[in-house]
Design a protein around this ligand. Structure first.
Ligand code: ADP
Length: 564
């Protein structure tokens, strides 16, 4: 303050004198403002001696000699500052207070509170900055009251909060933010570029092997997308954070971090429990389905046995009388032989024709009767009273024997048939307690079906390079032994697989199949031996049947099972 009472009372001087006096006052005033910096484009028009000292320069002149105010701005901030200066010069910004940093002469950085105005400096538009030294933030009490309120409010929030300005520099963060990310409190003071935080995260291994620049660029670019976005991050300390970024009206961002580790854990536990419950339900449904099938098969088996018994007697009569009639006809023809000479030619031809037809018919009756007898015998096999003995049996040997037997039987009917038989026997299988005659019957059924299927495919496709093949594998686990038979025959569509074990279900032409083979095999494996039958197939590619027998099966005869 300058007391100019005396000057005031002096009589008015000339205009020039008054102007000179005004300039002196002005210069004194300007010199008295400690943090004043005035500049315009590349020229520093004025810098107070105090500010020069604060920035580590010898005098105001050495600052004014610098090539523009931008020299004092740290490189990271130049882009933003240039923008602010330009807008201020154009008069677009008035009286803005900001917190900024400036380079000192020794290269260190000093934080200031800055009041910026556009001014007319001797006829030139210029930027006037009033810089006041900012004390370290440690003493919160020194922060302006509004800021203290804001800091207290965000510190009290249960979520981590990070504020970024429009150029992605930190403006502030609360203690929860530091805790969630395991950063030492205050590690990233205002002005720190967010890229620096991300680089720090990268250095401590948060992003794995992804190259640092890529990660930082990718994450930074996410902030710049306008609009709210959410992401979920698992941080190395094991926490899962729900991160929400919301843009502010002034171009900056508020990023909140919500710890959802517990919620995630509960969700995981719930999902696992749901999966377990679903698996149990699926198992229950499968058991229910198998029970229904078993019941159906048992009922059908009983019915089959009943019908077979009823048919057997009349069929015996048909077969016996057909045979007897044939013999009687032969005898009759022998007796009539001497009378042949007494018949005229036409009558003799008629008699011979009739006798021939009668013989042919009787042969057909005998043939079909035999077939019907075969079917009835198969049907009766369902109700056998468990005649076979339970014996410890070398399973591999049993499988091999059944394979050889079926192959030769099949070739006896079709000499042109050849197939590759690949055996993969696991010696660990060893001896298993079972009814060898019955299991052998199952195996013969399966092998015969496989030979039929591969022969059929060979005949249908007519490809000379097609190699019919049957693979037989045995393998064992602690409690079970399994036999898998796979052929590359015609395979089955799902509709056939569904009905496979139903008695009398066959796709073979009349005379070639009874449709009882698999139903009987099912009974032997599932009911008698308490085992399992698994089937898989792709039409025109393969069919695979797997029998699994428990090592410790309890003897149950087919007849006994039916009674239960
Ligand atoms: P059958 O052999 O007398 O027809 P099965 O009960 O043994 O009676 O078989 C029933 C049906 O299952 C067969 O007609 C056939 O359609 C189908 N099948 C069985 N084994 C195979 C196989 N290896 N490849 C393709 N289809 C098969």
């Amino acid at each position: 303050m300058d007391d100019f009472t005396n000057r005031k009372v002096l009589p008015p001087r000339s205009v020039q004198e008054a102007l000179d006096l005004g300039r002196v006052y002005h210069d004194q005033l300007v010199a008295a403002m400690p943090g004043l910096l005035v500049h315009c484009n590349d020229t520093i028009l004025h810098c107070s001696a105090t500010l020069a000292r604060l920035l580590g320069y010898e005098s105001a002149e050495s600052i004014q000699a610098l090539p523009g105010a931008m020299t004092l701005v740290p490189e990271d901030d130049r882009h933003t500052e240039q923008d602010v200066y330009t807008r201020c010069l154009k008069g677009l910004i008035r009286s803005q207070v900001r917190r900024i940093k400036r380079h000192r002469a020794d290269g260190s950085v000093q934080w200031f509170d800055q009041l910026m105005e556009s001014v007319d400096w001797g006829g030139r538009p210029a930027v006037m900055e009033m810089l006041t030294l900012m004390r370290p933030l440690a003493a919160n009490a020194e922060l302006p009251h509004q800021e203290q309120l804001l800091q207290a409010a965000i510190d009290a929030m249960p979520n981590g909060v990070l504020m970024l300005d429009r150029d992605l520099n930190v403006e502030g963060a609360n203690s929860e933010f530091y805790r969630l990310w395991d950063y030492p409190i205050g590690m990233f003071p205002p002005g720190t570029a967010v890229a620096l935080i991300l680089t720090y995260n990268h250095a401590r291994g948060d992003y794995g092997d992804v190259p640092c620049e890529e990660t930082v660029a990718e994450l930074c670019s996410r902030y710049l997308v306008k609009g709210v976005f959410n992401s979920e991050r698992r941080v190395p300390n094991g926490r899962t954070l729900d991160i929400r970024t919301a843009p502010r009206a002034d171009g900056g961002y508020v990023i909140t971090h919500h710890d959802i580790t517990d919620r995630k854990r509960i969700e995981d536990e719930l999902r696992q429990a749901k999966e377990r419950a679903e698996a149990i339900l699926k198992e229950l449904r499968e058991t229910q389905r198998q029970l229904i099938v078993q019941e159906k098969m048992a009922a059908l088996g009983q019915l089959t046995a009943g019908i077979a018994h009823e048919l057997k007697n009349p069929l015996n009569f048909v077969n016996n009388f057909a045979e007897l009639s044939g013999e009687l006809l032969d005898e009759l023809l022998e007796l009539l032989e001497p009378l042949n000479g007494h018949l005229d030619d036409a009558t003799r031809v008629d008699v011979n024709d009739l006798a021939g037809s009668l013989q042919g018919n009787l042969r057909k009756i005998a043939d079909h009767g035999r077939r019907a007898d075969g079917i009835v015998k198969s049907m009766l096999a369902h109700s056998r009273g468990g005649g076979g003995e339970w014996q410890a049996t070398d399973l591999n040997a049993l499988v091999e024997e059944a394979l050889t037997l079926s192959y030769h039987a099949f070739r006896a009917q079709d000499r042109a048939f050849n197939a590759i038989l690949a055996k993969h026997f696991d010696l660990v299988v060893g001896e298993v307690k079972l009814v060898p005659q019955d299991v052998s019957r199952v195996l013969v059924n399966l092998f015969t079906n496989s030979f039929y299927a591969i022969r059929k495919r060979q005949l249908i496709c007519g490809d000379p390079t097609f190699a019919p093949r049957v693979d037989v594998t045995t393998f064992a686990s602690a409690a079970d032994v399994s036999i898998r038979i796979r052929d590359n025959g015609i395979g089955m569509p799902p509709a056939v697989i569904d009905k496979l074990f139903t008695p009398f279900f066959t796709t073979k032409p009349t005379g070639e199949g009874t449709g009882l083979g698999l139903s009987l095999s099912y009974d032997i494996v599932v009911h008698q031996h308490r085992g399992r039958f698994d089937v898989s197939s792709v039409e025109n590619d393969h069919a695979e049947f797997t029998i699994t027998l428990p090592r410790a099966a309890t003897a149950v005869s087919l007849g006994e099972r039916r009674k239960t």
